[in-house]
Design a protein around this ligand. Structure first.
Ligand SMILES: [Zn+2]
Length: 265
């Protein structure tokens, strides 16, 4: 009897281990055919963090950011960013949370996104960009990262083995949220500001251009906005934005192709 139970347990853990390896491989190679179809990317994706958990994580991060950064009191800029942001959010492929937009009072060129649909843009970047369309592209690009679930995937990848094993071993029910909560705040910020991969950047640009067009902006503003950043980087060293959104030169080429193919459709 005892031996039988032992054998069964062993079989179970062997199964659990194979499943763990299988899911890890899917996550590492990014070719998961499991999971949910994402209309933004046209792929099925294995997302282990639910939307409510993602939003809860975003709330925590927002509280931390609030202590680190000064939010703008420039009502003109805040209104502008919210007006443009709302217009773009309506056409996003991802609608399972509410997008929120914030202006951060910083003398740096940057925009970034945290899980749960919160998008931040630095006041200096708003000042540097020349047209509403160019500012819209920066926000649309960030919405693209949200819709393609790039932001939450960075967290998923960083949590890796612990998160996956807790799911494979059936310890669901808030476990993922606990895993996230166990990360130190430094680690969380490192993930927020870490660079996306080249493919993710192309994808966010492609979605950004798509959302510009759907929201009634001229899609050429995408390339203009990237070229403005390139000029800035030549003049005064690399803008901070390139740390979390790199590959600028190649992105300009890809964005030009995307905009041209849009005008032919
Ligand atoms: Zn980006």
């Amino acid at each position: 009897m005892a031996e039988d139970r032992y054998r069964r347990t062993n079989r179970h853990s062997a199964f659990g281990l194979s499943l763990l390896i299988f899911i890890s491989l899917l996550l590492i190679t990014g070719c998961a055919s499991l999971g949910e179809y994402n209309p933004a990317t046209g792929r099925s994706e294995l997302i282990l963090i639910s939307t409510p958990e993602e939003v809860a994580l975003g709330n925590d991060i927002h509280r931390q950011l609030d202590q680190q950064y000064k939010t703008s009191t420039n009502t003109k800029q805040i209104e502008l960013i919210n007006r443009i942001g709302r217009r773009l959010a309506q056409v996003s492929d991802r609608q399972d949370y509410t997008y929120q937009f914030f202006v951060v009072e910083e003398d740096e060129l940057n925009a970034f996104t945290v899980p749960g649909g919160r998008i931040y843009i630095f006041s200096k970047l708003i000042d540097k960009l020349e047209t509403e369309g160019q500012i819209a592209f920066v926000l649309a690009h960030e919405i693209g990262h949200c819709a393609a679930r790039h932001t939450i995937k960075k967290f998923q990848a960083a949590m890796g083995y612990n998160l996956i094993s807790s799911i494979v071993l059936g310890q669901l029910g808030g476990q993922q949220a606990q895993e996230v909560a166990s990360l130190s705040s430094n680690m969380v910020m490192n993930i927020v500001f870490s660079a996306y991969g080249r493919k993710d950047e192309y994808e966010a640009d492609r979605l950004g251009i798509k959302y510009l067009r759907l929201a009634g902006y001229d899609p050429h503003a995408g390339v203009e906005s990237l070229e403005e950043l390139a000029r800035e980087s030549q003049e005064g060293g690399a803008p901070l934005m390139l740390r979390s959104h790199p590959y600028l030169t190649d992105r300009i080429k890809e964005a030009k192709k995307e905009t041209e193919s849009l005008s032919k459709r």
